[in-house]
Unconditional design. Structure first.
Length: 206
């Protein structure tokens, strides 16, 4: 008998019976990656860094802990691939129950989102301090946005030139990247406007 998935400690208890689909979105990302093809924990981490890091991040410990809980729940199964020149690989694949769970999650409505943003929270109170501090935060935020946009462009070029046997999946992945890129560009425009306005207001030091 498979063990039920434990509720994520960082998420509040569910009021509707605690469905699996509402507990930990990382589990469904991993199920989605394994739907494409079997992967090792290392492969999954590489997929995160290459394709998902711009809107969701996960460390090695989170990934392996989640794989363990998915395995205990019977949603994935694993096989050790014996290798001679390299260490053995533990490869995970989706089970029929895992595919069903993923399909059910994909069909569910997306709940209303509330994003916690430390940058915006600090900026909200910067009227209580000097413009120099606000300008520092804005300039740092601008650099972060520029780095993210550069990363998105590199990923877009890689995927645009990469052959695929699943064009429909690639189409939706590119749609996600276009959405994220538009959000970043809008944030950059507002940030640069705010920097320009503060620079105009701040008197030059002798």
């Amino acid at each position: 008998m498979h063990e039920p998935l434990e509720q994520d400690r960082h998420e509040p208890a569910e009021t509707n019976g605690g469905e699996l689909s509402a507990r930990n979105r990382l589990r469904y990302i991993i199920l989605g990656l394994l739907w494409a093809h079997p992967m090792s924990g290392y492969d999954i981490k590489q997929a995160f860094d290459r394709a998902i890091a711009s809107y969701w991040n996960a460390g090695n410990s989170q990934i392996y802990t989640t794989l363990k809980s998915l395995s205990q729940a019977g949603l994935v199964e694993s096989e050790v691939i014996v290798q001679t020149a390299r260490p053995n690989r533990k490869v995970y694949r989706l089970t029929e129950a895992g595919q069903t769970a993923l399909e059910q999650w994909l069909e569910e409505e997306v709940p209303d989102r509330f994003t916690k943003d430390e940058f915006l929270t600090k900026l909200f109170f910067c009227g209580e301090t000097s413009d120099e501090i606000a300008l520092h935060h804005l300039q740092h935020h601008r650099e972060s946005l520029l780095q993210q946009l550069a990363y998105m462009e590199r990923v877009k070029q890689q995927y645009a030139s990469r052959p695929t046997r699943r064009p429909r999946l690639l189409e939706y992945q590119m749609l996600v990247r276009e959405y994220k890129e538009a959000v970043l560009k809008a944030g950059l425009e507002v940030t640069e406007h705010a920097i320009e306005r503060l620079n105009d207001q701040t008197p030059e030091r002798p």
